[in-house]
Ligand binder design. Sequence first.
Ligand code: NAD
Length: 317
Amino acid sequence: MKILITGGAGFIGSNLAKKLMDRGDQVVMIDNFNDYYDPQLKKDRIKKYLKGYKFKLYKGDIRDIKLLERIFKTEKLDKVMSLAALAGVRNSLLDPIGYEDVNIKGTLNLLEMSRKYKIKNFVYASSSSVYGNNKKQPFSESDSVDTPISPYAATKKATELLAHVYSHIYGLNTTGLRYFTVYGPWGRPDMALFLFADGITKGTPINVFNRGKMSRNFTYVDDIVSGTITVIDANLKCEVMNIGGDREETLMRYIEVLEDNLGKKAKKKMLPMQPGDVPSTVADIRKLRKLGWKPTTRIEEGIKNFVEWYKEYYKVA
Ligand SMILES: NC(=O)c1ccc[n+]([C@@H]2O[C@H](COP(=O)([O-])OP(=O)(O)OC[C@H]3O[C@@H](n4cnc5c(N)ncnc54)[C@H](O)[C@@H]3O)[C@@H](O)[C@H]2O)c1
């Protein structure tokens, strides 16, 4: 299989690329190495984490339809995994127009090319944030997602709608994966685990929102990758699916495990809820389980792996 991974230098994209190449798939990537967080980390994922692997990387933008046309025409792709996006929930309140441009227009460009070049399966990253303040737990794919509470969530919901159109009108196979808080080695510096690790090692206070009364189905990146590959292989007609860990963990427990692994206590700054954020996201994962997937990594193991990577990469004693 030859697959295009958009956002291939990203956290999930680089981990996915590695697993696909390990099993013999051919990988083509596009990434614009934007500076939403330190682009050096993206370069190092390519240069260090994927060292020794053979793949084609286009430095470019998914909003550039001419470039996409060239890639689809020359690469003769079988499948597309659409991960490139502006991904921070809180930041989307500062740049809603930028989020609309990349996440909606960029994804629409890819759908259009996938239709034109008869791609066998188009899988794309949606997000648990589409559930907004859904009161019913766990969140199920059959729940209404008509009330997003951040521009980011609205863009993700919009991509689900566009994918539905392309499946319905053109018969393009599409599956949207609603990722639930992903963590692990080579993770994103704007996400909580990273910010906490940074604060704890430097001895600076960490911001604990909603005074710690939060819970998540934290999902280890290897579980995300195996679930994503399951869906890439499945070639489903038109689906959206939750993909998350199978345990609800409190934010305070998440911090405690991190403290244990770093051997140092956090200075916690207890703060109110942030606009756009939600207190709890718990996934109903029965739909993806039916395809044979199950998450296997507990936070005790996942955070240990993260800390090992973090200490080595940032040369923390
Ligand atoms: N990490 C999570 O917890 C999480 C949760 C829900 C959904 N998601 C979604 O999964 C996907 C991947 O997330 P991630 O955590 O790996 O984020 P990431 O920011 O590490 O990866 C995204 C990559 O896309 C690239 N990119 C951004 N805009 C681009 C553009 N216009 N053209 C080309 N490349 C562009 C970035 O440079 C980056 O390398 C995103 O769509 C995100 O919204 C992630």
